[in-house]
Each structure stands twice: as C-alpha cells, then as structure tokens.
Design a protein around this ligand. Structure first.
Ligand SMILES: *Cc1c(COP(=O)(O)O)cnc(C)c1O
Length: 407
C-alpha cells in the first residue's frame, strides 16, 4: 500500500460506505444469476446506469448553455458496447489514436473528435478521409504543417480545431500548443487554401471541483480578444474537455484494512453551474460557440462491475480468487479502495481478509477486506464501480480475461 505519506486524506465514514454497498446487495440475486448462467469471472455492464449517467451529465450542462455537444472519451472504457449505447443516447465519440478512430468509424459514429499528441501521417489521413464525421484537433505547429501538406497534396478542404495547453507544468507540457503560439498558428492556417480552423479545445484531468477549469476559462477571455476577428467569425466550437471526477469521490486504501480514505468531488450540477457562468462571462461574448464536452470517467465509472469467485481459502484471512488483476491491467487495489462484496453471504459488516488473485505475482490484490457474514470457497464476489480505466487497460497476462455480460 503505497500512498503519498506527506498528504493527509479525509476518512471515509461508515455511513457513506454503507450507502454505497447496501443498494448493490439489494440486487445480489441478479448478479449471482449472471455467474450461474455465464460462469466467472465476468465484466458486468449496467446499460441502464450508463444511460442514466449520460442523461444526467447532458441535462446538467444543456439546461444552462444554448449550444452544447457531448463526446464520450472512448479511452476510459473501450468496450464497443459502451460506445454503442452512448451513441444511441446522442453522444459523439472522443478518440485519441488511429486505432480508436477506426473503432469509432466502425461503430458508425456520426460525430467524432480526434485529439492527442503525436498523430502520425496515416492517422491524419484517416481523419482527412472522413471530413463529414471527424473533427481533428491539431496538437502542435508541426502536426498542423504535416496536415497542411497532406491536404494540399489531396487538394482537399478540412475544418479542424486546435488544442491549447492549459497546464504548462511538468509532463503535461506534451499536450497542445502554448497560448502564445495560438495567434501565429491561426495566421498560418488562414493563409492556407485547404485548412480552416473552426474551434479550440483544452482538457484538464482529475477535476474534483470545477475550480481549475474555471481558471482556464477565465484566462481565455484575454486570449480570444487578441485573435483576428475573421478567425472568431468562423470559429464554431469551444471544447472544454473531460476530467470530471465522479461525485462518489476518490477512494483510497490505508494501512488498516478497515479504514479507508475518501477525497470528495463536486456533483456534476456544480461543475455545470460554475463552468457555464465562466463561459458566459469570458468566452461566449467573443463568439457564438457551441460548447463541447469530453467526459470519460464520469460517464462509465459506475456502469461496470467485476464478478469473481473464491477458488481457494488458504488461511482464515486469505482467499485466492479465480481472476487476477490482469482483468484491470494495473495494481489498482494497492492504492485505490473498492469494497469487495460477498454476494453469496451478504452482510453490511466489513471484515479483514486478503482477497487475492491467482496470478503468479504477489501484486495481484483485489482488496484487504470484504463485506459479508463469512467467506468460503465457491463464494461469488463483486468488485463494484470498475467502469473507468480498467477494461481499456486489461492485459493478456497468465490468466484468461473475463467475459463481458450486459445486465
Ligand atoms: C482522457 C481524455 C478525456 C477523458 O478524461 P476523463 O478523465 O476520463 O473524463 C477527455 N479528453 C481528452 C483529450 C483526454 O485525453
């Protein structure tokens, strides 16, 4: 358990934890039936939850802003079924590689945003081949020049946007162009016969509150006033990215299996209020922009669970399960806390017990405790809320990967 020790985190209260666990136990039988029918381990997707999250996110912002569009960030969970469901809810897709772009095109997504650093020429060409469906966000001057050469050779017109760097610290420098490069880049694009710049994007990650995004939006006012009026006249969108942390907050382990930390996050309606106020004050006076959003984690975090089974009880406080954490692709549960629910022997008391996977590495931990009356071989366990940044990172390592089942 390797947490930063120089930071003190707020404690998770047992009332809060019970409020998260109890509703899942109420549905135990449905989950158990999935394992009885399909075996274990399973990725269990909850389409109704996904649809609810998409609707809540969209309503929060669309009720406060006149023109909005919503793009699901495919990298947060690349399961095609999840993108398909969100397309059905009227979301577009936000992709960050040629591989994701090809998947989005295969899904017949009508509206795709393609952002990310270091796009290759074949990736730029793929985007340029679908100008009606893909909005490319240029990440640098060099990338923009490569794109211009491709368009000139094909004699093809394209509208694209520019990603702005909004966190010039450390490794975040790799994304987008610096604000002082915006005007020269726009002038260069204006002089090109085949490329038009129609939007600006920024993205900041890990936002527990809207404060940092509000700060970035406030800084755009000065930047936009310095832009040529012809540019503002054909600039159609302002894409404010993703990075909204789910309202549940961030949950972390401590050295005590029964103590957990809970870093709270603001509800999406608070993000919507503060961001739309900032946009109305600082951005919308400069042009009639459609405001675009790229949420990933916020949409899918609650919409997938993992079901596993106890295969071996080796000690009173240590069990081995039939799945390894290659199913999530990283040593998530050594730092992040998620309750382990024993669906077979439900109970709202948490008991210490090491819940380990069956990979040949000790870094294969599901949790250090479980909820239930007892734990025995054959018991079906649930690791809830595994929708974000697990499935996309899953690894082909030692054990087979879980099957996917839709509730
Ligand atoms: C990763 C990413 C997102 C989604 O971030 P979440 O934290 O999952 O909301 C959105 N836009 C861009 C450009 C990204 O790189």
């Amino acid at each position: 358990m390797t947490l930063q020790t120089n930071v003190s985190y707020p404690e998770m209260t047992s009332d809060f934890l019970t409020s998260q666990v109890a509703p899942l136990f109420d549905q135990s039988q449905r989950y158990i039936d999935c394992v009885k029918t399909h075996g274990s381990p399973l990725y269990l997707v909850d389409p109704a939850m996904l649809i609810r999250q998409a609707a809540r996110f969209r309503t929060a912002f669309a009720s406060l802003l006149a023109h909005t569009r919503f793009y699901y960030a495919m990298k947060s969970n690349s399961m095609p079924e999840i993108s398909r469901i969100l397309l059905g809810e009227g979301f577009g897709l936000d992709v960050s590689s040629g591989m994701e772009l090809a998947a989005a095109l295969d899904l017949n997504a009508p509206d795709i945003i393609f952002s990310g650093p270091g796009k290759t020429n074949p990736e730029l060409k793929m985007a340029a081949n679908h100008p009606d469906r893909v909005t490319l966000l240029m990440d640098s001057m060099g990338e923009c020049r490569r794109l211009m050469a491709i368009l000139a050779e094909k004699k093809q017109h394209l509208s694209a946007g520019i990603r702005l760097n909004c966190q010039p610290q450390g490794l975040w420098q790799k994304f987008g162009i610096m604000p002082d490069q915006l005007r020269p880049l726009i002038q260069e694009i204006d002089a090109h016969p085949f490329l038009t710049c129609t939007g600006i994007q920024f993205h900041s990650s890990w936002n527990m509150t809207p404060d940092r995004q509000v700060e970035i939006i406030s800084s755009l006012s000065g930047l936009l006033s310095a832009m040529p009026p012809e540019f503002l006249a054909h600039c159609k969108f302002m894409d404010i990215g993703g990075g909204y942390w789910p309202e549940k907050g961030e949950w972390l382990v401590s050295d005590d299996p029964l103590r957990h930390f809970h870093v709270p996050a603001a509800p999406v309606e608070t993000f919507a209020r503060d961001l739309s106020n900032a946009l109305t004050r600082h951005v919308l006076p400069h042009g009639n922009f459609c405001i675009c959003f790229e949420p990933g984690r916020w949409i899918c975090h609650d919409a997938m669970h993992i079901l596993i089974q106890v295969i071996d009880k080796k000690m009173p406080d240590m069990v081995i399960t039939d799945a390894g954490t290659n199913a999530v692709g990283w040593e998530r549960f050594e730092t992040d806390y998620f309750p382990v629910l024993n669906l077979t022997r439900p109970g709202l008391t948490e008991k210490p017990c090491r819940i380990l996977g069956s990979l040949c590495t000790p870094h294969d931990v599901w949790g250090y405790s479980f909820f239930g009356t007892d734990i025995q071989e054959g018991d079906i366990l649930m690791i809830p809320f595994q929708g974000a940044y697990t499935y996309s990172l899953r690894q082909s390592f030692i054990k087979p990967l879980p099957e996917t089942i839709l509730l």
